[in-house]
Design a protein around this ligand. Structure first.
Ligand code: TNX
Length: 569
């Protein structure tokens, strides 16, 4: 019955505050849907779906139900049926949340395929008084639609523990949404090298990014200050290389790395949320942890001293002609180990900040690393400086982390390199530091993190267009942008009010607090840049929707920052 409009409290009059903003939202005139003791969660699987899609779909409903049971206390039984979608059976008693996998895309779906088709995440969501139906051609699309559904429910439904029912009930407004992302690759980098994030904290971050429909978790696994992944045949990479963090010298705890079992747990946790893990092995610079572990990475064959400082721009590995065989064998071992632990299609090879490389060394290293990645069948992603080395493998993705010249003095070089990447046919992953680096200060009074790319307030993080943001520097990226990535670096995880370098590990902020304070509120801004069409994005409207997410963050226990440029009410 679509009778006369009688909006409930959450009906057609109340604004929806969805992030990222969907492609199309139509408020319909009927009454809202209310979750109650009769509501069931049903996943419907197209009989033509392949094994991967059939296996992944029920979990989308089970996880939604499990989360809502914890907060609402409702029974929310789940079931899975195989159905072509043209069901004519009479509606059962009570209401239903239906997650319907339907259409030809389900026959070929693969979680580990490259992220380059945004239509795979297209979904529709229909809510009326009888229930909610989310439809997609892929389980990933269903999962994205479910994130929208969660945001349509009252904020307290996101809590991990029992909440009183809101006065109007657990309602979803009557609405019809059709949605799909602008970019298929929407990334978030976590710097687990400078600071180690235990598995539970990585999982927390995965939950944070999943809500905003991010689908790539870029793990910065290696740097000067630490090595975090197990490599068969090179045990010192973890016995020595994992003995440090920024500000944590050997003997202050650790070792800090993911065992194979723990790493597999992260990959599985991400996969259940349709997030691809992108492992980064940085080189030839940012490698002091490896150089402290393996003497043959240095020209004189001796190991470097383990590094727990705060600087970038330390010496690269020795890629002289005489030492290339050692570099190649290191890269082979590392690639083999990383590929074995990462089912995703990408290998991020790093390549940033190598000061004054001796002639030919950068080319030799990049050629060897490219060859290892290609032999493993992986798509190369690297920081944009990678183009100054060997020719790029076909299909490479270069990640731009420069700024525009309004923000940084090195921009001319960055822009030249970016143009060269485009000329070589690379796709560009946009992570301009002044827009997407979550470690940048968010206001003049923020003193946590860094400020080298300037102050990144919400408006600056949000109000840019990936294809034209560098237009003033003469770069038009129309048609070349692969995706957008937010980066949570961990160079400085102690409060700036500390007037000395930390002398004790207690002076650092716990990683979960650092993560919350720096990623919120700006992470959702980057997520929307990556998902929502440019023509639909308006900073004023975004800020209103962003502030409206705060009750949800509170319910979830996220310690966000009340930045001064938003009106928190
Ligand atoms: C630059 S981004 C770096 C990182 C730092 C970051 C801090 C990049 C490729 N290099 O090593 O963590 O700045 O903002």
């Amino acid at each position: 019955d679509d009778g006369p409009a009688t909006p409930a409290a959450t009906g057609a009059s109340a604004p929806l505050s969805l992030i990222p903003l969907p492609s199309k939202v139509e408020r319909t005139s009927g009454p809202a849907f209310a979750l109650d003791g009769t509501t069931r969660v049903v996943t419907e699987v197209d009989p033509a779906a392949n094994a991967a899609a059939r296996k992944a779909t029920p979990g989308v409903g089970e996880d939604l139900a499990a989360q809502l049971r914890r907060s609402t206390g409702l029974a929310l039984p789940t079931s899975t049926v195989t159905s072509s979608g043209a069901s004519t059976s009479p509606a059962p008693e009570g209401s239903t949340i239906t997650l319907r996998l339907s259409g030809p895309q389900a026959a070929t779906w693969d979680l580990d395929a490259p992220l380059d088709d945004p239509t795979l995440e297209r979904y529709t969501l229909d809510a009326d008084s009888r229930g909610v139906v989310v439809t997609s051609g892929t389980p990933a699309g269903l999962f994205r639609g479910v994130q929208t559904l969660r945001q349509l429910l009252p904020a307290s439904s996101a809590a991990p523990d029992a909440q009183p029912a809101p006065s109007g009930g657990w309602t979803v407004p009557a609405v019809r949404i059709t949605d799909e992302p602008r970019f298929a690759y929407r990334g978030a980098l976590l710097d687990v090298a400078r600071r180690f994030y235990p598995v539970k904290d990585v999982e927390r971050y995965i939950d944070d990014i999943a809500q905003y429909k991010i689908d790539a978790l870029h793990l910065h696994l290696t740097d000067d200050q630490g090595w975090r992944i197990v490599v068969d045949g090179e045990p010192t990479l973890t016995t020595v290389g994992a003995s440090t963090q920024s500000g944590f010298a050997p003997g202050t705890g650790g070792p800090w790395y993911y065992t194979k079992e723990q790493y597999a747990q992260i990959v599985a946790y991400a996969a259940r949320r349709f997030i691809t893990v992108v492992p980064e092995i940085d080189g030839p610079g940012h490698t002091l942890a490896a150089q402290a572990s393996i003497g043959s990475l240095r020209c004189d064959g001796t190991r470097a001293k383990p590094y727990s400082g705060f600087d970038v721009g330390n010496p690269m590995v020795c890629a002289s002609d005489a030492n290339l065989a050692n570099i190649r064998s290191y890269l082979r071992a590392v690639t083999r180990a990383v590929v074995a632990q990462n089912p995703g299609p990408y290998l991020h090879l790093g390549g940033d900040e190598v000061p004054d490389p001796p002639k030919g060394w950068y080319e030799s290293y990049t050629a060897a690393a490219n060859r290892s990645a290609a032999a493993a069948g992986k798509t190369v992603i690297a920081w944009h400086q990678w183009v100054t080395g060997a020719p790029l493998p076909q299909g490479s993705v270069m990640e731009y982390w420069g700024t525009g010249s309004d923000r940084n003095a090195w921009t001319p070089d960055n822009v030249t390199q970016l143009k060269s990447a485009v000329a070589q046919g690379a796709k560009i992953l946009m992570a301009p530091a002044d827009r997407t680096y979550l470690d940048m200060h968010e206001s003049p009074i923020d003193d946590l993190g860094l400020e080298w790319a300037g102050i990144t307030d919400v408006e600056h993080a949000y109000d840019w267009e990936p294809e034209t943001v560098l237009a003033d520097d003469g770069v038009d990226l129309t048609g070349h942008v692969y995706g957008v990535e937010a980066a949570l670096w961990a160079d400085r995880t102690y409060p700036g009010s500390l007037t000395h370098l930390p002398t004790s590990t207690d002076e650092f902020m716990p990683v979960d607090q650092y993560m919350d304070a720096k990623a919120f509120p700006r992470l959702p801004a980057i997520a929307e840049v990556a998902w929502t069409a440019q023509s639909a994005r308006h900073p004023g409207d975004f800020k209103t929707r962003l502030v409206a997410q705060a009750p949800r963050w509170k319910a979830e226990g996220i310690g966000y920052t009340e930045v001064p440029d938003l009106d928190w009410g």
